[in-house]
Write a protein that binds this ligand. Sequence first.
Ligand SMILES: [Zn+2]
Length: 172
Amino acid sequence: MVGSPKTLQDLRRVEGAVRVTCRACKAVKQHDLEELIIDRRFRRLSMEWETVRHGMQCHACGANDTRVDGVPFGQEDMARRARRSQALLMNLALAVLDDASRRARDEDVCVPATRLALRVLRPYLPDRELLVTFWIAAETGRGKPHGPALQAMRWIVTKLVDAGHPVWAEFR
Ligand SMILES: [Zn+2]
């Protein structure tokens, strides 16, 4: 992390939980970071990390003498978060291409947004062939009734689905 966290929200960058250890009775309680943020917002308590660190009571004995630490996400959580954001990125790129393929007959869709979407999809496909096909279809398909870009879009989706990628239902 760049600099130390100032608020509970800053902790989101690396930590997944907040652990409270009681110095009196030794009880330990782990709070989910997001739940803690919601709870403190609801109770209008400070989000300042220094305040949180020195102001959390023991859940067992109520003592104020506690040690409060941020606990990093486990490897599994990190992997799950990474997978979720990858799937989102891929599907957003598909949404851009889908939109472009529908407009390709009537307008020029060879624009930076389309290029970016094609680039994003490259790692999910075995090679760039279908992406080049899409671009050529978009370049040459204007005014053509059979919509070559729509066809290229369908091929890309089929390839991604066949490879087991989590393509959203609306593109299938
Ligand atoms: Zn205690």
